[in-house]
Design a protein around this ligand. Structure first.
Ligand code: ATP
Length: 326
């Protein structure tokens, strides 16, 4: 999303929405704003090495999908920062990434007005879809716009990395190569369009546990991330599908057979490719044909293998202001 500029209305053809914008330092101040904060999947995920400080260096192809949380931001006159969430299990205190992101900018810029945020959660939580990171990124974008801070996308990214490694990517989203601990980003052309089923199995997988149990020295075949980047640049969906691979499956699949079961089920029901996203346990499957994808989703829902499942599509941005024109 553009975060600087003047004022007007843009039509986003891919999203089929009109977006009204007002931007720029002290020009674009507004009292209320609703943003859709979209999830990501990893079309490819490789771990290159474990650093001495314990962090893992990764090489990932990130892709935004339209599945989103809805965040409504409202200014308050009194100096406060509060949120409420549609998901009661999620903390609504200072540990929520939304409030961490808001207070980061509030403190840096000495903002004395208050902010109230309402979160309608749709992205599976702790499931490898960067739900918390995209909420944090949307909050940075919202505070920047509502309080007229005038920060550029790059300046927002510099702050985003303080909240989490995936947050800088979530500022712009789309298709990107992510390296380092996730903070070195190379934008890529939009990946070829297709239909995407996202399915969350009814198991909880801790990201920390996955990385602790990754035996890099035993991994025989690493994902071909360079090949996938090439396929994306050439607009070849078949090349992308052929290279779908996630090194973290070597940890999760043996321990959680339901991940492989969902993948197999979707492949048998017409998917061109299927993979676990991030550290899991969410599985996604790519379809070239919408009807096939719709049928596969219905079939999957009847099996009870997935706790949450939906049909979505790639998006070329992460954070979209909700349609203002009906
Ligand atoms: P990633 O793909 O970046 O590893 P994830 O999808 O595995 O992320 P999240 O959904 O971002 O995981 O949640 C990770 C943790 O962050 C959860 O334990 C949750 O309690 C906490 N959290 C804090 N704020 C949020 C938020 N706004 N939305 C979701 N989780 C949040």
């Amino acid at each position: 999303m553009d975060v600087d500029g003047t004022e007007g209305i843009v039509y986003n053809q891919k999203q089929s929405v009109y977006t009204k914008y007002k931007r720029g330092r002290n020009r674009g101040k507004m009292d209320k704003l609703t943003l859709q904060a979209m999830a990501k999947i990893n079309l490819g995920l490789d771990v290159v090495r474990r650093r001495e400080d314990g962090y893992h260096e990764v090489k990932m192809v990130m892709q935004t999908v339209k599945l989103h949380d809805r965040l409504t931001f409202e200014k308050r006159k009194e100096d406060m920062l509060r949120m409420e969430s549609s998901m009661k299990e999620l903390p609504s205190d200072g540990s929520n990434l939304i409030l961490r992101a808001a207070s980061l900018l509030k403190e840096e810029f000495g903002i004395r007005e208050g902010l109230f945020v309402r979160l309608e959660k749709q992205i599976p939580v702790a499931a490898g879809m960067a739900g918390g990171s995209t909420d944090a990124a949307a909050t940075l974008v919202a505070v920047n716009r509502m309080f007229g801070l005038g920060l550029s996308e790059d300046q927002l990214r510099e702050r985003a990395v303080k909240i989490g490694a995936d947050v800088p990517y979530c500022i712009g989203g789309g298709t990107a190569l992510s390296e380092g601990i996730g903070e070195i980003l190379t934008p890529l052309p939009a990946a070829p369009a297709c239909f995407v089923i996202v399915a969350r199995p009814p198991v909880h997988v801790s990201t920390k546990w996955v990385y602790q149990n990754l035996r890099l020295e035993e991994v025989k075949e690493h994902p071909d991330i360079d090949g996938m980047v090439e396929s994306i640049r050439e607009g070849e969906l078949s090349g992308v599908i052929k290279r779908l691979s996630n090194v973290l499956e070597t940890v999760t699949v043996p321990s959680y057979p339901v991940i492989a079961q969902i993948k197999d089920f979707l492949m048998k029901n017409g998917a061109a490719g299927a993979l676990m996203s991030g550290s899991g346990p969410t599985v996604f499957a790519l379809f070239e044909d919408r009807e096939r994808a719709e049928r596969a989703l219905e079939e999957l829902q009847q099996t009870g293998m997935a706790q949450q499942a939906c049909l979505t599509a790639f998006s070329d941005e992460t954070c979209v202001e909700e349609a203002l024109l009906q």
